[in-house]
Design a protein around this ligand. Structure first.
Ligand code: PHB
Length: 370
C-alpha cells in the first residue's frame, strides 16, 4: 500500500506569484506610522521588514494610492515618483535575505477628514458618516464628517490612481500587490449595502456594488498579471462602523467573482478579533473555499495552535499573523523551533509617530531573517 501523503504544514513551502514561499505564514498588513509627513518609505522601514522576512510573505502596511486616499498621519504613499522610488530600499532589503513582499494598496474613503484634504471633505460611495470615535489629524482628534459621495465620472480617476500605484510598485520591485478591500475603507464602502446607497452603476445590486473593486482588480492585474494581485476582505468586521444585513450574500458573490481571475490569493479576515458586526453567523474560511478555488489566507486572532491547525486541516493555505510579529520579528523560527515568544509589550508604543526604532525595530531577533 502506498503511504498516504503527509498533510501540509504551516512550515511547508507554497508556490505563489512565481515564487516559492518558504512557509505559509504571512506578516499581516499593519499600520506603523513611520513614514513621516512626506509619506516616504525610509531605512527604518526597510530594516523593520527585513527583520520579518523569515515569514513566507510580507504584506506591507496599507499604502495610499492618492492624496485623496490619505486618512492617517505618517502612513506611506505610492502616488508620487519619489514615494515609489523610496520603496526600492525596502524591496531590496527583503530580497537580500530571500523574502517575498507584497505592497498593500489603500484608499481610506470616508475614514478620513478634511484636515487631510485642504478643507475638502473626504469621499465615499455615499454621504454616510462613520458613527464612531473620531480621526487623528494634524490638528488633533476630530469628529468624523459626512463624506462627499464620489460623482460617477470621478470613479475612473480613482481606478487610474490604483493602476498608477501598481506601475510604481512594479518599478520599485514588489513581488505583488494586495488590494485593501476590508475594514471599512473605500472599496469596502462601495461593496457593502450599509455604506453604498448609490443609484448609478456602482450601487444598488451586489453586481453594481462590486463594480469598483472589479475595475481595480482588472486594472492592477493588467500591470502585474493577476497571479501577483491579491484582495483582502473583512466579511465579519465592524471596524469603521461596518456590517451589513446582506453580508453573506455580498461576500459570497464577491469571492465567486474574484475566483475567475487567477489571483495570487484571497485574504479573508475570518477571525473576530478586530470586532464583529453581529449581523448573523460569522462567515468562515469554509464558506470562502466553497466559491474561491485559489490560495486562501485566513487572518485575525490566530495563534500558533490555530494557525497550524487551519493549514494542516486544509481550511487555509496560509495564515496572516499581525500583532505577535510586532515583538517577535523572527516569529516563524520561534514557532517552528518551540522557542519562547516575547510578550506583546506596551501597545502604546506601537503607533508613535517618531521615526525611531523604539517599539518598532528594536525587538530581539534570534537569527538572521534566513
Ligand atoms: C489602522 O491604522 O487603524 C488600520 C489601518 C488599516 C486597517 C485597519 C486599521 O485595515
Amino acid at each position: 500500500m502506498p503511504k498516504p501523503a503527509a498533510a501540509t504544514t504551516l512550515y511547508d513551502s507554497i508556490e505563489l506569484a512565481d515564487r516559492t514561499l518558504t512557509n505559509r505564514v504571512a506578516l499581516a498588513p499593519m499600520t506603523r506610522c513611520k513614514a513621516g509627513p512626506d509619506r516616504l518609505a525610509n531605512a527604518l522601514i526597510a530594516e523593520y521588514y527585513q527583520q520579518r522576512a523569515g515569514t513566507g510573505l510580507i504584506i506591507t502596511e496599507a499604502t495610499t494610492v492618492s492624496p485623496q486616499a490619505n486618512g492617517y498621519l505618517n502612513t506611506p504613499g505610492i502616488y508620487t515618483d519619489e514615494q515609489g522610488e523610496s520603496w526600492r530600499q525596502v524591496t531590496d532589503a527583503v530580497h537580500e535575505v530571500g523574502g517575498t513582499i507584497f505592497l498593500q494598496l489603500w484608499h481610506t474613503g470616508r475614514a478620513s477628514h478634511s484636515d487631510f484634504h485642504d478643507g475638502e471633505l473626504p469621499v465615499s460611495a455615499s454621504a454616510i458618516r462613520i458613527e464612531g470615535d473620531g480621526v487623528h489629524t494634524k490638528n488633533g482628534k476630530q469628529d468624523y464628517e459626512i463624506p462627499r459621495a464620489l460623482e460617477t465620472d470621478e470613479i475612473p480617476g480613482v481606478v487610474a490612481d490604483y493602476v498608477a500605484a501598481a506601475h510604481r510598485a512594479k518599478q520599485a520591485g514588489f513581488d505583488g500587490l494586495e488590494i485593501h478591500s476590508a475594514n471599512g475603507y473605500l472599496l469596502d464602502q462601495f461593496l457593502q449595502s450599509r455604506t453604498n446607497h448609490r443609484t448609478d452603476q456602482y450601487g444598488g445590486s451586489v453586481e453594481n456594488r462590486f463594480r469598483l473593486l472589479r475595475e481595480v482588480v482588472e486594472g492592477v492585474s493588467e500591470v502585474l498579471g493577476p497571479n501577483r494581485v491579491a484582495v483582502r476582505l473583512a466579511p465579519n468586521g465592524a471596524f469603521n462602523d461596518m456590517g451589513s444585513p446582506d453580508f453573506r450574500e455580498t461576500f459570497t458573490y464577491v469571492a465567486r467573482q474574484l475566483d475567475q481571475y487567477g489571483l495570487a490569493y484571497l485574504h479573508v479576515m475570518d477571525g473576530l478579533a478586530f470586532g464583529f458586526h453581529e449581523q448573523g453567523d460569522p462567515m468562515t474560511l469554509d464558506d470562502f473555499r466553497a466559491v474561491f478555488h485559489g490560495p486562501l489566507m485566513g487572518n485575525c486572532g490566530y495563534n500558533q495552535k490555530t494557525a497550524e491547525k487551519a493549514v494542516a486541516g486544509g481550511a487555509a493555505d496560509m495564515i496572516a499573523i499581525g500583532r505577535p510579529f510586532i515583538t517577535n520579528p523572527d516569529l516563524v523560527a520561534r514557532w517552528k523551533n518551540g522557542w519562547p515568544m516575547a510578550d506583546l509589550s506596551d501597545p502604546a508604543s506601537w503607533y508613535t509617530l517618531e521615526q525611531t526604532p523604539a517599539g518598532y525595530s528594536d525587538y530581539t531577533c534570534h537569527m538572521p531573517a534566513r
